[in-house]
Design a binder for this molecule. Structure first.
Ligand code: SF4
Ligand code: SF4
Length: 160
């Protein structure tokens, strides 16, 4: 199953509590402890992201952000400054199969894994409460098709 990422940074913006830097080894190398699974991992800032890593201004207002998260000031996209050596938890993370955008193009929700529906706002939550019972017994492409049909008719756009 394809997992996709639009680099919104939402996931990494709440990972400070998970990824604790327990040692600095110099030369932009750090030992990171994962509070979820106890893993200890050495990460190193990617050579082409050192200047970006040094500039913390893009995460100043995100006190819970992973210490390695930064945002590109031109595109607004999130970047992992240790992408090449990032922890396994980050490599394995599966964000969305279907991305739901409201009529203005703003993210309204996501479908993760097979059928995990995650609305971002109350309007889509209420729609989902009405739709969910009608999907019983559907799976795979049938489920996707039914969901996309309902969302499209309600004015949303769905990206795969
Ligand atoms: S994995 Fe998902 S939440 Fe994280 S940056 Fe990508 S789209 Fe955003
Ligand atoms: S190490 Fe990179 S991918 Fe993992 S949470 Fe931090 S910024 Fe995100």
């Amino acid at each position: 199953m394809a997992c996709k990422c639009c680099q919104c940074g939402s996931c990494c913006s709440h990972m400070r509590i998970v990824h604790a830097t327990i040692e600095e080894r110099g030369n932009y190398t750090f030992i990171v402890h994962n509070a979820y699974n106890g893993d200890v991992k050495e990460v190193r800032v990617d050579p082409d992201k050192i200047a970006l890593f040094e500039d913390r201004s893009s995460i100043e207002e995100l006190p819970d952000a992973c210490p390695f998260l930064r945002f590109d000031e031109k595109t607004g996209k999130a970047l992992c400054t240790v992408h090449l050596t990032r922890p396994d938890l980050c490599r394995e993370y599966c964000c969305w199969r279907l991305l739901i955008l409201d009529p203005r193009g703003k993210r309204a929700g996501r479908v993760m894994y097979q059928t995990t529906f995650l609305p971002d706002d109350d309007e889509l939550s209420r729609l989902w409460e009405r739709v969910q019972p009608t999907l019983n017994g559907l799976c795979g492409t049938e489920w996707d098709g039914a969901v996309i049909d309902v969302l499209t008719r309600a004015g949303y756009r769905v990206r795969r």
